[in-house]
Design a protein around this ligand. Structure first.
Ligand code: ADP
Length: 226
C-alpha cells in the first residue's frame, strides 16, 4: 500500500441479522482528495463511516486509515480522523468556545495548543461571530459549523463528514459546503450526502453506493457522463 492512501476499505461487509447493510464495499481515498460518498437513504453510507471511525465493527473485511487497521489500532485511527456524525453531540448549554475547549481537553490537547489552533478553526469554519454564544441558541447551519470545528480540534489529516448538510435550508447548505471546500484544501475528506449537486460543488471524485454496494467510483466528469 502506498503511503498516500489515507483510507482503504477492503470488502467491508456488515450484517444486521439477515440484512446485509454493506456487501463487500471496497475503495481507496488518497491524500488530499475530497471525495463525495453519494447514495440514497439506507445505502450504507453511515455504516461505512462508523466502521472507518471505529464506532462499530465490520462483520467481515478490513479497513485501514493512514495505514492503521480500524480493528487493531483504533486509537491511532481516531487520532488521525475528524468525524462529524449525522447528529453531532453538541452540548446546548455550553458556549461555542467552551464546547471546543471541552473537546480539546477530551483529546488531551495542551491549552496553549488549543488557543493557537482556534485562530485557524474560527477562520475556516466562520465562527468568529458566535464564539461566546450558547450552542442551543444557534441556527442549524451554525451548529454544523461548530460540528466541523469540533472535528478539526486535534488537527487531523482526514475528515469524515456524515451528511453534514442534512436538515439545513438551501442557503445554509451552500455555506457549509463552502466551508468544507476550504477545509478540504489541506486535508483528505470523505463527505457523504444524497445530493449530487453538493458533490459537484465540493468534490472532484465520487463513490456511489446503493443497497450496500459500490456501484460507481471515479472522477465526477465520468460519473456525470453515465
Ligand atoms: P445511509 O447512511 O446510506 O442512509 P445506513 O448505513 O444508515 O445508510 O444504513 C444501511 C442499512 O442498514 C439500512 O437498511 C439501515 O436500516 C440498516 N441499519 C443501519 N444501522 C442499523 C442497526 N443498528 N440495526 C439494524 N439495521 C441497521
Amino acid at each position: 500500500m502506498s503511503s498516500d492512501v489515507m483510507i482503504e476499505a477492503s470488502a467491508l461487509t456488515k450484517r444486521y441479522g439477515s440484512l446485509r447493510a454493506l456487501d463487500k464495499v471496497s475503495f481507496e481515498v488518497n491524500r488530499g482528495e475530497v471525495v463525495g460518498f453519494l447514495g440514497p437513504n439506507g445505502a450504507g453510507k453511515s455504516t461505512t463511516m462508523r466502521i472507518l471511525t471505529c464506532f462499530i465493527s465490520a462483520t467481515s473485511g478490513t479497513a485501514k486509515v493512514h495505514g492503521f487497521d480500524v480493528f487493531d489500532d483504533p486509537l491511532e485511527v481516531r487520532k488521525r480522523i475528524g468525524y462529524l456524525p449525522q447528529r453531532a453531540p453538541l452540548y446546548q448549554d455550553m458556549s461555542v468556545w467552551e464546547y471546543l475547549e471541552f473537546v480539546a481537553d477530551m483529546r488531551g490537547l495542551e491549552h496553549s495548543t488549543f488557543r493557537s489552533r482556534m485562530k485557524g478553526i474560527v477562520d475556516v469554519c466562520g465562527l468568529a461571530q458566535v464564539l461566546g454564544k450558547n450552542i442551543g441558541a444557534l441556527s442549524h447551519g451554525y451548529r454544523q459549523r461548530v460540528g466541523l470545528g469540533q472535528a478539526l480540534v486535534h488537527n487531523p489529516p482526514i475528515l469524515i463528514l456524515d451528511e453534514p448538510t442534512a436538515d439545513l435550508d438551501p442557503n445554509e447548505k451552500a455555506e457549509v459546503i463552502r466551508y468544507i471546500k476550504e477545509i478540504g484544501k489541506e486535508r483528505t475528506v470523505l463527505l457523504s450526502t444524497h445530493n449530487l449537486s453538493e458533490v459537484e460543488a465540493a468534490c472532484a471524485r465520487a463513490i456511489i453506493v446503493s443497497k450496500g454496494r459500490v456501484v460507481a467510483d471515479g472522477p465526477l466528469d465520468d460519473i456525470r457522463a453515465k
